[in-house]
Design a protein around this ligand. Structure first.
Ligand code: C2E
Ligand code: MG
Ligand code: MG
Length: 648
């Protein structure tokens, strides 16, 4: 098999001569066709000349006879004049008339009339013949007419003959001139084509070779590199790892994962996502050591080979790298926050083959991501066990959700001034076969990690809205708070789903508060928060005080409620500073028109202190533990005005 380029070049090289050959063939055919036509014309002219010659001969014979008439009947002078006659047609007519007038002989008169008639016919025919000279058919007709005439003056015939001869000679000369000219033109054209071909065929070929070479280089480059960042791709990295393993060179394999890239892409488009990945790659390059090898795996995942580092230098290097990646990215007018996590596995200490190295670095990175305290994790065999357990738990959770083993407990929120139930918080409960999984913080975290949170969230929302509807039907107009994780807000259909539930169960969204943990609330720049507000849902900032609050987002999103975290409530009895802080939070929230809910109230003293600070609502075991709706049904009427009687 010939190489494609060589084949293309050969085809192009052959195309030139073939083209010239084609041109030559076309030229020669055209020339031959043209010359053939010309030759036919020439032959016709020559044939005409021959006919004219024959005619001349026959007319000469007739003329002799005609001359004899004059010699016989005319005077000697007239006879002479006839013999030497070279005059014009008009003179001939005159002569004939003279003869007619003078003669009294009948036969002579007859003859002269004959002559006059003949001359008259000849005049017309001759004129026509002259006019249409050049058109063979007409000439022939003219000559034929002449032949019909018995007695024609010789000089007229000679003139016609002469013209026709001249025409034939001119046609012959024209034919040869044209044929020579055409041949010269054709030769010049072919020479020009050959010169052009020789001039440009080289250029075409070299350009083609250059392009082919560039395309090959690009293809080779793409085989080894990531098209977006220009870093190595996973395959190249694998080759390099194999070489290092073969040569028994110790190295660390690091997986760096960026979190938040996908959300940025969903919010601002793919170009922003690509831009962020490229910027992150540049940061990675700038923070890496000269002998580090960096590759992009998929999405916001990078892999690095770090050879020749001890544990300390590895940790320092990774720390620096993650700090750099954690700095805000400014791109296309937006500031993007991206969290970076790294997992590391060492050759030959922890794994001796490439597959295991990749797997362990991945496990370590996932571990780092789950335990956000430590952004870089070095692989530990315990992590593998934990991962396996987790995979099993995720399966259990999926099964439990599918089997509808999820239900809700409701914890009342009481007005701290009146003691009346103002609302309840819906809290998810699971009844799976694995008791460890049934702890809310465990299965919620697992659901978030595995993506099952969307399904879980939908089920919670449906259970809550249907319960509100039941309560409303029984005459209890109560507000229910639903906990929503930030990942649920990544789903653009989430608000639509909530609205459709409200329509289905005929519940006004104002009876639903969406609780979002403070830290997630601060970090989320979700347009969905605005959409929720616009649909009439209340926004509630959960665990307030644990995130990094600022006044800006409070005024921007106008939450309905702010829930002071249990850690503050716990401390208000003993810690004066904390108590002052809680008081300030209450004042601050009120100044913004936001209601304050104190979470985790466990004692009467806490309840009273919070009531004195003008906190609006209280929630905690002192009033009621979360309980199923049926249990709550029995005590809701009793709760009104009897808040503390329910203390645990
Ligand atoms: P949270 O939203 O802050 O809910 C309050 C948590 O504190 C509940 O824990 C509640 O049972 C507990 N609690 C209430 N009063 C007291 C008290 O006086 N003392 C003590 N020690 N604890 C009290 P739970 O039900 O275990 O829920 C834990 C967290 O799980 C919730 O914290 C919430 O963040 C999350 N969660 C619960 N249900 C859901 C849900 O449906 N969706 C989402 N995304 N998260 C949920
Ligand atoms: Mg909550
Ligand atoms: Mg809370």
């Amino acid at each position: 098999m010939l190489d494609k380029t060589i084949r293309t070049i050969l085809v192009r090289l052959a195309a030139g001569p073939l083209l010239i050959l084609l041109l030559a063939t076309i030229g020669l055919s055209t020339q031959s066709y043209f010359l053939y036509g010309q030759h036919q014309h020439l032959l016709k002219e020559q044939a005409d000349a021959r006919i004219a010659a024959d005619l001349k001969l026959s007319l000469e014979n007739h003329s002799k006879k005609w001359g004899e008439y004059l010699i016989h009947y005319g005077s000697a002078e007239e006879s002479e004049r006839w013999v030497s006659f070279r005059g014009s047609e008009v003179e001939t007519m005159k002569l004939a008339n003279q003869l007619l007038v003078r003669s009294d002989s009948l036969s002579l008169t007859e003859s002269v009339r004959h002559i006059i008639y003949a001359l008259e016919v000849l005049r017309i025919s001759y004129q026509e013949a002259r006019n249409s000279l050049g058109q063979a058919a007409d000439i022939r007709q003219a000559l034929r007419d002449l032949q019909m005439i018995n007695d024609v003056p010789m000089h007229l015939v000679a003139e016609v003959y002469h013209d026709i001869q001249q025409q034939a000679q001119a046609a012959s000369a024209q034919f040869w001139n044209k044929s020579v000219g055409l041949t010269i033109c054709l030769a010049v054209l072919l020479a020009l084509c050959s010169v052009l071909y020789l001039r440009f065929s080289g250029v075409f070929t070299s350009r083609l070779l250059q392009r082919e070479q560039a395309a090959k280089q690009k293809a080779n480059w793409l085989l080894k590199h990531d098209y977006l960042t220009g870093l190595y791709n996973r395959q190249s990295l694998l080759k390099k790892i194999t070489l290092l393993i073969d040569s028994e060179t110790p190295f660390h394999l690091v997986k760096v994962s960026l979190l938040g890239i996908g959300a940025a892409g969903q919010a601002h488009g793919c170009s922003v996502q690509d831009g962020l990945i490229t910027m992150a790659a540049k940061r990675l390059e700038s923070e890496s050591a000269p002998d580090d090898i960096i590759a992009r795996s998929v999405g916001g995942d990078f892999l690095m080979i770090m050879p020749g580092r001890n544990d300390d230098s590895l940790k320092r290097g990774l720390g620096k790298l993650l700090d750099r990646l954690g700095q805000d990215f400014s791109f296309k007018g937006y500031r993007h926050q991206i969290s970076a996590f790294a997992g590391c596995c060492s050759f030959p200490l922890q794994a001796r083959d490439a597959d295991r190295l990749f797997q362990y670095a991945d496990i370590a990175a996932t571990h780092a991501q789950l335990h956000r305290m430590d952004r870089a994790a070095i692989y530990d065999p315990k992590m593998s066990q934990a991962m396996e357990n987790k995979a099993e738990q995720i399966n259990q959770l999926r099964l439990a959700l599918r089997r509808n083993q999820l239900h809700l407990h409701f914890q009342p929120q009481l007005n701290l001034q009146t003691g009346r139930v103002a609302g309840v918080e819906a809290l998810a409960r699971l009844k799976s076969d694995d008791p460890k999984l049934n702890i809310p913080t465990t299965f919620i975290a697992l659901a978030e990690e595995s993506g099952l949170i969307h399904l879980l969230g939908q089920k919670v929302a449906e259970l809550a809205v249907s319960q509100i509807s039941r309560w409303h039907k029984s005459g209890v107009d109560i507000t229910v708070a639903i906990n929503v994780s930030p990942r649920q807000l990544d789903d653009p259909n989430f608000v639509k789903f909530l609205n459709s539930l409200c329509r289905q169960y005929r519940v006004d969204p104002k009876y639903i508060d969406i609780e979002i943990i403070e830290s997630d609330f601060v970090n989320s720049r979700h347009p969905l928060l605005e959409a929720l507000s616009e649909s009439g849902f209340g926004l509630s900032i959960d665990d307030f005080g644990t995130g990094f609050s600022n006044l800006g987002y409070l005024s921007h999103f106008q939450p309905r409620q702010l829930k002071i975290d249990k850690t503050f409530v716990d401390a208000i009895e003993t810690d004066v500073r904390r108590r002052d802080l809680v008081r300030s939070i209450v004042d601050l929230a009120h100044s913004q028109g936001i209601q304050v809910v104190a979470e985790g109230i466990e004692s009467e003293a806490q309840a009273e202190l919070l009531a004195a600070m003008k906190a609006d609502l209280g929630q905690g075991y002192w009033f009621s533990k979360p309980m199923p709706a049926e249990a709550l049904d029995n005590i809701i009427p009793g709760l009104c005005g009897e808040a503390h009687s329910l203390s645990a």
